[in-house]
Write a protein that binds this ligand. Structure first.
Ligand SMILES: [Fe+2]
Length: 479
């Protein structure tokens, strides 16, 4: 969609929701400022970058076709490689010029004959545009369906659909697995939708690609899960009352997300399961809220503490349709950083509001503090009720807040990269791709994580659409 002729009615950040088809390999990026000498490795980011197929438009931000961007750092220099993920969704969009698979907020249009041949909902997408993980040297692009894609981290070539070495069945998952560096295990949640639905918590051990069940929780009306939390010993599921009748996903004509409904009179339920044997050790309810992202969780004095970004309801799902995001009148609900404290003794739950800076896409020093008591979260924040317009560092213990901002600039997720040998929790940099609406271009900003001062920026050769999540890999092997 060409938005350039609609300048009077589009949001300032609409160029970040426009298709960007350029691909490139190892393009040197001019460095303004100075990159740290120690910054070596690859930031790979995932997100949508094509929002139409032929004349058909994707409707929701989460629907756009996945494109990977890799920023490679070595010896104070940086290079960019970017490439679309060659999924079935992408191939159909390019070859047939149509939307072929069921996305988060867009269903493919199907002819009468196609519906007659297959009356059930169209195949769920493999458009893995949300997140990335290195699973035992398999570089995987993830989305909320079980269709995971593997890519070569050297040149971002798509290897193909990734198949786990097991017989697990299910339709829906989260694109936010967790990794326990001490147990050397990855955890995630699989949701089976059908006449009998269930949450399946599973793990993948070191050196394997086989999942093992930790817990199977039968559920009549599954909640929408975008993420979950882990502490040292527990896996914590926060069930918001944004729920689905499973048959609506399987046989209905609604889009995937329209199959969910907000039940304001229901509670949000927090359940705590042991990592080692799946035992449910505590469960409690609190007032209804909606959440995409957990920040962290940890155990403290017999309590399980969960920090997450909470909205009063699921309106944020509606607000992130592309029509709204591209419109000059766009406004987004504000999140609160909520701290839930569940007493393992009394099984009571207390909620405390820590911050109202409208944070999203939060990151921490994951390798060191995930699942443990921590100090710092980095996240884009909004203070104008419109869109994410600054990078925030919040000390969750003291509420001290530092930020970086620039007029007409809209930053994405800030990925924290620790300095090798870091002692302090904020000894490193944060990396964020920023849309500069003033210059109509994007740059990658490198901030000193301690001070949030800008150390360097890399001017990019073209706009990078607003993405979701990225990971920093210190090495990139074959896969
Ligand atoms: Fe996410």
């Amino acid at each position: 969609m060409n938005l350039s002729n609609l300048s009077t009615s589009i949001s300032a950040f609409a160029p970040g929701f426009e298709s960007r088809l350029q691909e490139c390999i190892d393009v040197s990026l001019p460095v303004k400022g100075k990159l740290p000498d120690w910054l070596n490795g690859h930031l790979v980011r995932n997100g949508p970058a094509k929002f139409e197929a032929g004349l058909q438009q994707y409707r929701h931000w989460f629907d756009g076709l996945a494109k990977l961007h890799k920023f490679s750092f070595a010896g104070g220099e940086a290079k960019l490689t970017c490439k679309f993920l060659e999924t079935d969704a992408y191939r159909i969009a390019i070859a047939d010029k149509r939307i072929g698979l069921a996305e988060f907020g867009t269903n493919p249009s199907r002819s009468f004959m196609e519906k007659l041949a297959n009356p059930f909902n169209p195949k769920l997408t493999d458009n893995a545009n949300v997140n990335l993980v290195n699973l035992n040297e398999h570089y995987l692009a993830l989305t909320e369906t079980v269709n995971t894609m593997e890519f070569d981290c050297r040149d971002l070539t798509t290897i193909g659909k990734f198949n786990y070495d097991d017989k697990f069945a299910g339709q829906v998952t989260t694109a936010h697995p967790h990794y326990d560096f001490e147990r050397r295990e990855l955890y995630n949640l699989l949701i089976k939708l059908g006449p009998t639905s269930a949450y399946v918590i599973y793990k993948v051990g070191h050196g394997t690609t086989a999942r093992k069940e930790i817990a199977v929780i039968k559920i009549k009306e599954p909640s929408y899960f975008h993420s979950f939390a882990v502490s040292a010993n527990y896996i914590i599921l926060v069930e918001c009352p944004f729920v689905v009748n499973p048959l609506d996903v399987i046989v209905g004509n609604k889009t995937y997300v329209e199959s969910y409904s907000w039940k304001a009179t229901n509670a949000t339920c927090v359940s705590v399961y042991r990592k080692d044997n799946g035992e449910l050790v505590a469960s409690a309810e609190t007032d209804a809220f909606f959440c995409f992202h957990h920040v962290n969780a940890f155990e403290e004095n017999g309590d399980v503490v969960v920090d997450l970004l909470a909205y009063p309801d699921a309106q944020i799902v509606q607000s992130t349709y592309l029509d709204n995001l591209r419109d000059a009148s766009c406004s987004l609900p504000l999140s609160k950083l909520l701290r839930l404290r569940l007493s393992m003794a009394s099984k009571t739950l207390a909620a405390e509001n820590i911050c109202e800076a409208g944070l999203e896409l939060p990151r921490i020093y994951y390798e060191r503090v995930n699942g443990k008591a921590y100090n710092y979260v980095y996240a884009p924040g909004q203070d104008n009720g419109k869109f994410l317009n600054r990078l925030v560092k919040l000390n969750v213990k003291t509420n001290e807040l530092k930020d970086w901002r620039q007029d007409e600039c809209y930053p994405g997720e800030p990925v924290f990269v620790a300095r090798p040998g870091a002692i302090n929790e904020d000894d490193g940099v944060v990396l964020s791709v920023v849309l500069d609406a003033g210059t109509n271009n994007s740059f990658l900003v490198v901030l000193n994580a301690a001070s949030m001062d800008e150390m360097a920026r890399l001017e990019l050769p073209f706009i990078v659409p607003f993405g979701f999540h990225g990971q920093f890999f210190r090495n990139s092997g074959r896969k």
